[in-house]
Design a binder for this molecule. Structure first.
Ligand code: ZN
Length: 241
């Protein structure tokens, strides 16, 4: 089973389509939330995910876009993008986003945006938070997003470690070790590499690989400027930070 795992697409349809083309035929597409927010094409991204039968979970931006959580929790630029997104999205998009669960389990793999402890908001950025995440993870393998950083936390016995794609772009999910894996961000990478990031996972074989794809960043930036989205959100796409 070959699964494309996508996270933090952030209304960037050009990046999403580049990723889907690069991934080629897959048995399933799983997404880890923040489908919208920041980018210029929320309706287009939701239509595409719906069309290909992608399943996933809600992120903080998805909840904010549908009015479930307060926008005061977001910084100024993110808040401006949410206000823009709320005004822009159609009823079908709002309905699709509102139906996303906080977590789900697909073929024995747990999907969440933030962390098993706090699905919407927590960033798993430290070994201590990863350990807490493993304690609450109901499966051997979990997938998370939110940080926009491609990497994996590992639990071998009682030792928490990590894997970064720079060292190992492909890795084995060896039993009985446990894994919390982040595919990186499709629509707004923040690891210093502006290319779209995603993961190919075969849960049955226990193998995974991270991938990077170039897309037409300038076209997305032009669309963002036309939409009047904040300048910082436009410029950060060029540097991937
Ligand atoms: Zn995000």
């Amino acid at each position: 089973m070959r699964v494309a795992v996508l996270s933090d697409i952030h209304a960037n349809l050009v990046a999403l389509d580049a990723v889907l083309a690069d991934a080629g035929p897959v048995d399933a597409v799983w997404h880890l939330g923040d489908v919208v927010g920041y980018g210029p094409d929320p309706d287009g991204v939701v239509e595409r995910l719906d069309e290909i039968g992608a399943v996933g979970v809600a992120g903080n931006h998805d909840r904010a876009a549908t009015g479930t959580i307060d926008i005061d929790w977001f910084n100024t630029d993110a808040r401006a993008a949410i206000v823009w997104t709320r005004a822009r999205i159609g009823a079908a998009t709002a309905e699709w986003l509102a139906a996303l669960p906080d977590t789900r389990t697909e073929t024995g793999v747990f999907l969440v945006h933030g962390s098993p402890a706090d699905p919407t908001w927590e960033y798993i950025l430290t070994a201590a938070l990863a350990r807490d995440g493993f304690a609450r993870l109901p499966t051997r393998i979990g997938l998370f997003g939110h940080t926009h950083l491609p990497m994996a936390w590992t639990l071998r016995g009682s030792a928490v470690g990590s894997i970064v794609p720079e060292d190992a772009p492909a890795a084995t999910l060896a039993e009985p070790d446990r894994y919390l894996v982040n595919p990186g961000s499709v629509g707004q990478p923040r690891d210093g590499d502006p290319r779209a990031s995603y993961l190919i996972l075969d849960p049955a074989q226990g193998v995974m690989s991270w991938h990077r794809v170039e897309y037409d960043i300038a076209a997305v930036q032009a669309a963002m400027r036309r939409a009047g989205l904040p300048g910082f959100l436009v410029s950060r796409l060029s540097v991937g930070f």
